[in-house]
Write a protein of this length. Sequence first.
Length: 274
Amino acid sequence: MAITLNAGLRREYERLFESCRIRPERMAQVERTIDKLIQHRSRYEAVAARRGVPWCFVALVHNMESGGNFNCHLHNGDPLTARTVQVPAGRPTQGSPPFTWEESAADAMALKRLGERTDWSLAGTLFQLEKYNGWGYRRHHPEVLSPYLWSFSEHYERGKYVADGRWSDTAVSRQCGAAVVLRRMAEKGLVDFTDQPRVTLYAATDAEPAEPEPLVSRHSTRRAADAKRAENLQCWLNTFPGIFLRVDGIPGDNTSEAYRIVTGAYLPGDPRRG
């Protein structure tokens, strides 16, 4: 049975992305991955301009499929000095080798029928990332969220395919998941989604958090109750479209700004509150 992006799957992706927490011991590696992708953003944007796909999607696939190697076909890692030999073989079908990385990457997007008419909402982007890797986890091991998306987050612990069709319950992915990188990019304001544009102020300014607002702070607190209250506020703010906060229990400038977007006022103690 074909897997489609129905309402239930869409909400699943949104819920997982909203609640995605990067494991603290993996944060430095996630940051290094993002720095590497940003370094080559212009090359990803060149492919995006050709095909009408988000630059971040091209970047994430490149990182997952070939470790960011610009000397290989995005299709399968074969060298750019010839057409691909592994599946899919004979790509690109047009032009003559050696190919530029941009030519091959645009061909890979075309082969997958990805373009400006693709659903590039938050859920649509996650759907295409999981589809790119294949539906093996979802079809045969639904108890394990695909590490291709969620590795290095609290959504994933263990279990993976160690070879084609070969499953291990104990193996752990050592590669940072694409959705995890995307989540951190969203937290840093590096990406937008078609269904979740950034806003300056929500119309529903009567929204209120479940607990009293914490004082703004740029430092962690020793009081567990204060940190938990800040985490709860960040989780609540993350439920609003276009807001992506790192849930770290530190109600800093970004948290205060998100609070202003939702409620119309900065957090107490923020000089901008007036």
